[in-house]
Each structure stands twice: as structure tokens, then as C-alpha cells.
Design a protein around this ligand. Structure first.
Ligand code: SF4
Ligand code: SF4
Length: 367
């Protein structure tokens, strides 16, 4: 309720950024074939924003509904706990998401535990990447033994579920390499990883290293999202935090919209990137989203001020182009805000919410 009241005004006025994706590093210990962000440049480390620089730009922003750390492998930043604390102090994110390739189990456990303890009023979501079973996962990720590491990480971090603000999930990238076996991955997680509350599937996006990864059969994607909807009967398909049924209803709408956007190859609903969402890269470049290549500015050249960047003529032009519908994509993160902050979506959202409520009730009466 607290967050509902706090963020309701932004449904009507898209007047400030409430969702930030921060690419904390470009370094990674994995070599995924669908990656669009990996860099082999040795000097990439030196260009990363320091903790002091991060503090300065975070101070220029207001409170955040959702902070998503991205990369690279986020846990490769030795100061990731300190970075989380900076945002917690300055922006109080309601949700803080940490995706990981799970290659460093002990380190991920230790750093996640510190973040969970240091950010008690944020829901800290750890997302383990899993794209196949056994050797298939290793082949897609380009790292032998990666699958075992995911399972080892899972065994360690599930202990953190004793903290009420910790949420554990899995994400699978739907790509040409696993489109025929993805159901096995979904069933495996349900069977062998019972502490996983949510299993999300991201449709491959951007310009991957291996462009063949984007040769997907959309009907197989549709079958996958139908399976995920049916899974809502189980504990696996639903979040545990307050307002989780609304989030689940939004997930259902989101997957259908993504399928239709890809099928029709056009934008179906307005996009609020640049107004409600922003992306900051490890070297301080600022973009409206992860997909568009035209940057709005750079923090180092703009006194570490997000408002100053957004007031520039360049930012106004790019954001104007987005509002006029010049681009489209299937990136899941933007559909979250594009659905939840769009009143035109509410009748459908309410419909899904009521269906979930009824389903839960009828399951309860059967038990
Ligand atoms: S997709 Fe993520 S984990 Fe895989 S190589 Fe790219 S940055 Fe690393
Ligand atoms: S529709 Fe996609 S590409 Fe266009 S601004 Fe929104 S998130 Fe970016």
C-alpha cells in the first residue's frame, strides 16, 4: 500500500525516473552466445564509475521503485555491497534485483547476504541464470561446469530465504539454442529447485554475439509462456512480496504482449523509457533503455546529474521520438512499467487479477 500511494502520481505524470538499470560492470567470467554486452577490452575495468561517482549520481535521483543491477557479472565488482548501500541510502528502492551467472557460489552468497542485511526495506531479488540442463547450459554459456555452479549457488543462497526481504528466482533466455528443450528447463526447476518462487523467461534481444541465437520459433515461445501461466497453480509461479498478485497479473499480460509485439513486429503500447526508466552504463553513459543506441549524455560530462542530462535538447529529442512510437522491442523490463503505469491497461490487468484470485480460491477449497 505504501508503494502504491507513493508511485500512483506517476501513472498520470511520467515526470521522473522511478526505474533504473545500472550496468555496474562490463566484465564477465562467462561467454554466453546471446550476450550483447560482453567486452574483451582489458582496459574496460578502468572506465568504470567509482563508488564516489556512483554516490554523486544516485544523490541526483529521487526514490526508486525498482533498481536493477546489470552487467557483465555484477558480483565481479568488489564493491557491489557498497554500491547497493549507496542506492539504499539515497533512493530506497522498493525492489533491488541482482542477476547472476552463478559462477562464484561462495562470493555470491556472501555478498548477497550482506546486501539483504543492509537493505532491510528493499525486496532483494537474486536471479540465477539457467538456460539448459547439464552440458546444454554449459554450451550456451561457453563455460564448462557452469550448470554445477548454478546448483551449488542455489544450495547456498536458499538459506537466505530466512530473511523476509529476500526473493530467489531463475531466469532463462529463450533463444534458438534452447527453444526445443526449454520445457525441460522449466520442469527441472520446478522439480529440483523447490525454493525458487519465480521462473522468468526472457526472449533473446539486442545484437547477440551469435546472431543465430535470434532465429527463434515464436510458436515455441507462445507454448512456453502458456506453460508458465499454467504453472501459476503451483507455488513456483508466484512472488512472495506484498502486491505479488498484481505483479503476477502483469507478468501474464506482459508475456502475451511480448509475443504479439514480436509476431506483429511493431509497438503495441506506449513506452515510457527515458521518462520512467533509465539506463546507466559502467562508464556513466546514460540511455533511455538497453536497446536504443543513441545516448542521452554522460554523467562525467554532466556533473553527475541525471536531471541535467534529461533537460538537454538531445534527451528531449530522443524521448520525443520514443513517445511518437518510432521504435519497438520485446524487452521485458520496459513492459513492467509500460503496463503498470498505463491506465489503458487496467481493465485487462484487473481481469487477470480476478482470474488469479478465483484460481487461488478454488485451489484453496480443494486443499
Ligand atoms: S549474458 Fe551476462 S553472463 Fe552471459 S556473457 Fe553476457 S554479461 Fe556475462
Ligand atoms: S520500445 Fe523498446 S527500444 Fe523503444 S524506447 Fe521502449 S524499450 Fe527502448
Amino acid at each position: 500500500m505504501r508503494y502504491f500511494l507513493k508511485y500512483t502520481p506517476y501513472i498520470f505524470r511520467k515526470s521522473r525516473v522511478i526505474q533504473l538499470t545500472f550496468f555496474v560492470t562490463r566484465r564477465c567470467n562467462s561467454k554466453c552466445s546471446f550476450c550483447f554486452y560482453l567486452s574483451q577490452e582489458p582496459e574496460v575495468h578502468e572506465k568504470e564509475l567509482s563508488l564516489e561517482e556512483i554516490e554523486r549520481f544516485s544523490e541526483s535521483m529521487g526514490e526508486l521503485l525498482w533498481l536493477l543491477f546489470s552487467g557483465g557479472e555484477v558480483f565481479l565488482r568488489d564493491d557491489i555491497v557498497e554500491i547497493a548501500k549507496v542506492f539504499y541510502r539515497n533512493n530506497r528502492p522498493a525492489i533491488l534485483t541482482l542477476p547472476t551467472n552463478a559462477l562464484l557460489p561462495e562470493l555470491i552468497y556472501e555478498r548477497t547476504r550482506e546486501i539483504v542485511k543492509s537493505c532491510p526495506e528493499s525486496v532483494v531479488v537474486l536471479k540465477l541464470s539457467l538456460d539448459g540442463i547439464g552440458g546444454e547450459h554449459d554450451a550456451i554459456r561457453g563455460v564448462r561446469g557452469n550448470f554445477e555452479k548454478v546448483m551449488e549457488t542455489y544450495s547456498l543462497v536458499k538459506e537466505l530465504l530466512r530473511y523476509p526481504n529476500f526473493e530467489l528466482g531463475v531466469n532463462t533466455v529463450f533463444c534458438s539454442a534452447n527453444q526445443d528443450s526449454i520445457m525441460e528447463v522449466l520442469r527441472f526447476v520446478e522439480r529440483e529447485m523447490p525454493e525458487i518462487r519465480t521462473h522468468t523467461v526472457s526472449l533473446v534481444r539486442g545484437n547477440p554475439r551469435d546472431t543465430g541465437m535470434k532465429q527463434v520459433d515464436l510458436e515455441k515461445y507462445r507454448e512456453t509462456i502458456s506453460f508458465l501461466e499454467r504453472k501459476l497453480d503451483s507455488r513456483h509461479g508466484s512472488y512472495s512480496f506484498a502486491g505479488s498478485r498484481l505483479k503476477t497479473a502483469q507478468d501474464i499480460l506482459q508475456r502475451r504482449l511480448i509475443y504479439e509485439t514480436a509476431r506483429q513486429n511493431r509497438r503495441l503500447i506506449p513506452c515510457y523509457a527515458g521518462r520512467l526508466n533509465l539506463v546507466v552504463t559502467e562508464n556513466g553513459d546514460v540511455y533511455p533503455c538497453e536497446i536504443l543506441s543513441e545516448k542521452l549524455g554522460n554523467l562525467r560530462e554532466s556533473g553527475y546529474s541525471i536531471p541535467r542530462i534529461l533537460e538537454s535538447e538531445r534527451a528531449k529529442r530522443v524521448i520525443g521520438d520514443i513517445a511518437s512510437g518510432k521504435c519497438h522491442c520485446t524487452h521485458e523490463c520496459y513492459f513492467v512499467t509500460n503496463i503498470l503505469f498505463n491506465p489503458a491497461m487496467y481493465p485487462k490487468l484487473l481481469g487477470e487479477y480476478i482470474k488469479l484470485f478465483r484460481k487461488k480460491k478454488s485451489n484453496g477449497s480443494r486443499e
